[in-house]
Design a protein around this ligand. Structure first.
Ligand code: NAD
Ligand code: MN
Length: 357
């Protein structure tokens, strides 16, 4: 039997609620399949640990994760801990430590879920956003001089390297090539930002020559938000910087019905290290503990994890089950339903048992 070592880091807010749901679905899939199983280790890292010990994870935390096949992550962030501390204390060190440079965010409208865009239904919006996940605006470079004084200056330096941009561009072209439409949109802000962003445009043109069967176009990020809303059918695969794709993918999640259905995978395409799978959403303090967190984003990212592990059939089966449950109207309130996290999860597990490929 194939056994996968999974590191679960549920962390904060609704993180533990959705990760529990995700693990339940993974167990149901393993039972249904019979050919693989999971050895799950849970880590109690997050804001509670920070409040007790001063760090979100142990000093050798990233090292501890190295031997796992994949990381299954909830969300990090607490109302009484500054967000830059939680983000830089847990999620970013893992992404950067394992050079998970491709952040992959599929978005489509699932059956039964309504987009806020009028007349846009399943089939009209089917995108994958590829986010550069190792440098750019989140390289962590910058500083504050004359702190607290009237002349204080703060800088955020975006860093783009030829190696970093070329590898994400190749990843995006390859992904576009694997999809039926073979179409990529490269997003920048190269009119106002004339250094790293112009380099993006140049590298896109260079890499495109390696993929003659992929057609592509360019968009400025501000105009891109309009195109996503007005012509969702005109887009397929999208590549953008760390910051731009962060913003565009929240918009994409909302256009597909809710942040609660939007998944993400932080991938090391070279497979030197474990990749990390998580819902896009945060810890959602407003609904924590109410039992109504939408687990669909976590199911979807579990499907991404299965695909990455080589269990494509199980990934497919999970998404068939999720779509069936959504189509049946068993949904949480964020997408207009009345079901609880547990009811959706039980329904998905039931559908997994019945789902034929
Ligand atoms: P959020 O994603 O937590 O919540 C935004 C809104 O979407 C809220 O109204 C919330 O109830 C709703 N929502 C999110 N996920 C949902 C789900 N699964 N089901 C139903 N509704 C859902 O974003 P926020 O409020 O800006 O941030 C809260 C905290 O999470 C902050 O501390 C922030 O830094 C952190 N955060 C963490 C991550 C991460 O861990 N990757 C990502 C984003 C935000
Ligand atoms: Mn984000």
């Amino acid at each position: 039997m194939r056994e996968y070592k999974i590191a679960a880091i549920p962390a904060d807010g609704i993180g533990p609620e959705v990760i529990a749901a995700g693990l339940q679905a993974l167990v149901a899939l393993a039972r249904r399949d019979g050919g693989f199983g999971f050895d799950v280790t849970s880590f109690d890292w997050g804001s509670d640990r920070y409040k007790k010990t001063g760090t979100l994870m142990p000093e050798d935390g990233v090292e501890q994760l190295k031997t796992f096949d994949a990381i299954f992550f909830g969300a990090v962030g607490a109302p009484d801990v500054p967000d830059h501390i939680t983000l830089w204390g847990l999620r970013l060190p893992i992404c950067q430590g394992f050079d998970q440079y491709a952040n992959v965010r599929p978005t489509r409208i699932l059956p039964g879920i309504h987009s806020p865009l009028e007349g846009v239904g399943p089939g009209d919006l089917d995108w994958v956003i590829v986010r550069e996940n190792s440098e750019g605006e989140y390289a962590g470079s910058g500083g504050r001089a004359h702190k607290g004084l009237p002349e204080e200056v703060g800088t955020e330096v975006a860093i783009f390297t030829r190696v970093g941009v070329t590898r994400i561009m190749r990843y995006a072209f390859r992904l576009a090539q694997s999809r039926p439409r073979k179409f990529l949109t490269v997003v920048t802000k190269s009119n106002a930002q004339r250094h790293g962003m112009v380099m993006w445009d140049e590298i896109a043109a260079e890499v495109s020559e390696e993929f003659p069967d992929v057609s592509w176009d360019k968009m400025l990020v501000d105009a891109m938000t309009v195109r996503m809303v007005k012509q969702p059918q005109s887009l397929d695969t999208i590549v953008a910087t760390n910051l731009h794709a962060d913003i565009l993918s929240d918009l994409a999640g909302a256009l597909a019905g809710s942040l609660g259905v939007a998944p993400t995978a932080n991938i090391d395409p070279e497979r030197r290290y474990p990749s990390m799978f998580e819902p896009i959403h945060g810890s959602a303090f407003d609904i924590t503990g109410k039992g109504i967190a939408n687990p669909v984003a976590t199911f979807w990212t579990a499907a991404q994890m299965l695909d990455h592990l080589g269990e494509a059939d199980a990934a497919k089966r999970l998404m068939i089950a999720v779509e069936q449950v959504c189509a049946d109207g068993v949904m949480t309130p964020d997408v207009g339903g009345t079901a609880t996290t547990r009811q959706v999860t039980d329904a998905v597990c039931e559908a997994i048992r019945g789902a034929n490929l």
